[in-house]
Structure formats: structure tokens, C-alpha cells
Write a protein that binds this ligand. Sequence first.
Ligand SMILES: C[S@@+](CC[C@H](N)C(=O)[O-])C[C@H]1O[C@@H](n2cnc3c(N)ncnc32)[C@H](O)[C@@H]1O
Length: 278
Amino acid sequence: MRRALPVAARHATGTTHFGFRDVPLDAKQSLVGGVFARVASRYDVMNDLMSAGTHRAWKSSFVNALAPVAGMKVLDCAGGTGDIAFRVLRAAPGTTVTVCDISREMLDVGRKRARDAGVSEDVLRFVEGNAENLPFGDESFDAYTISFGMRNVPRPDVAVDEALRILKPGGRFLMLEFAEVRNEAVKRLYDAYSFGVIPAIGEAVAGDRDSYQYLVESIRKFPKQEEFLQIMNSAGLRSTSVTDYSFGIAACYSGFKPAITRTVQASPPPTNSETTST
Ligand SMILES: C[S@@+](CC[C@H](N)C(=O)[O-])C[C@H]1O[C@@H](n2cnc3c(N)ncnc32)[C@H](O)[C@@H]1O
């Protein structure tokens, strides 16, 4: 199930991307932390503005793909202000959702949303934690979701390994992430909009151009659809698939932790009385 190479060897170069910059692997998480600490209070409104509300449709399709049912225990990793969690709870009352995120500021906004909506901590918990080292036991969730979070994690392959660890056998991995636009005309428009408009909206509305410049750059650096499927497959996820949303501006990745395969017990050795010899 795990890759042959240990994590240290897989990340031997010790560098990664922070937007278009190469940075030491260890530095990325705190740079990302700075971005989300700065944007947390305006995160939800900025999502609506930048995507003209499209992120809502993607998130709804994503939760439809999950098809939650009562009794399901869902971990929404890098769940931020709780957008996916609230949708899951609305779609299937009786589910319980744990939002895990590394940013205290994002979680605080989520907790306030939950209080304002009267959602009890019995069904929705907010937990501070790192996707690469989740603070949960093995095989403790039926589903692992991550929406627009994986791109920010320094070592996505380590995060996928962690997802597999906390999933019950047969559990579902579902990821929503920006991806490669597969239509040339849409790609040209999207690139012009991303680089020409989004950082400017960030500056005008949130007074923070740099965080939104990071956003558009990080999208270009993230593995493309087939590459991420390979990461999922080599981690041991099965029945993997990817579905493009809006020509691949975003994509929904799905996979399953293998169910326990029963090993057929070898027949017990014959008892003395059954022993025959020639
Ligand atoms: C773009 S937001 C997505 C929030 C939410 N899932 C959504 O779809 O609106 C990315 C989130 O990833 C979180 N994050 C970044 N690195 C993380 C890590 N290593 N572990 C857990 N969360 C992380 C950030 O704090 C931020 O809340």
C-alpha cells in the first residue's frame, strides 16, 4: 500500500514551490499559514467575488459526488471556514463532520459560522491539525474530503498517505482542486482573468495583492489531473477517477481505500489421529 521509498527519500531535494518561487520544503507551511491568517476574515466573500459564485456550484457537485448518508463520519481536511462541512450536513442530516485545518484564523471563522447557524459541536467539530500528520487514529473515518486545500500542503503525497491511514477499509477519498484547463479558448481567457484581475481584486477588497498572486501561481504549479491520479494510485487508492468541472478549471478526484481482503486460512495441520504415514 505504501510506496517503496521512505518520505525522506521522496523529498530528497528539500525544496518545493510557493507560487512561482522555489522555497525550502520546511518554509512553505509557514508562508501558506501567513496567507490564510491574512485572508481568513474575508475568505468567504473573496471566493464569491473571484469566482462569481462558481465555487458554490463546484462545491455542491463535489458534495453530490460524495453522496453522504446518515451515520457517515467525514473528515474535511484543510476545511477552513467549513464550506464543505455545512454542505455535507445539509445534504445528509445525521452525518458527523470534523473540519481539520492548520490555520487557527480560518477555523475561528468556521466556528463562528457554526455558532451563528446553531450547528452543534456533536455534529460539527473544528480541529487544528496538519494534513501531513493528522491528529486522528487509524481507520476512524468513512470519508476524507479536501477542497482547494491539497495545493497548499507542502507534501501532497504524504497527505494522501495520511488520508489512507485515517480512512476505514472501503472508505472514500474525494478531492476538489484547481486543475489544468483542457480547452484552449477557455484557458486563454482564464489565464488573462487570473493574472490580470484576481490579484487586483485582492488588493482592492482585502488590501492584499500578494496572497492572491500566490493563489493564481499555486494553481499553475499543482500536479495536473493525470499526475495527481498517479499520486493517488501509488499511495494505494483504488477505483480512482477524475471529473473536470468547468473545462478543468477545477476537478474532482475520487478513490477508495481497499476493503479488507479476507485471507483464506490454510487447513489446520492434521491431528495425530488423522495423521497417516506410508
Ligand atoms: C483555499 S483554503 C480551502 C478552504 C476550504 N476547504 C474551502 O474549500 O473553502 C485552503 C486551506 O488549506 C489550509 N491548509 C494549508 N496547509 C494545510 C495543512 N498542511 N494541513 C491542513 N490544512 C492546511 C489553509 O489553512 C486553508 O484553510
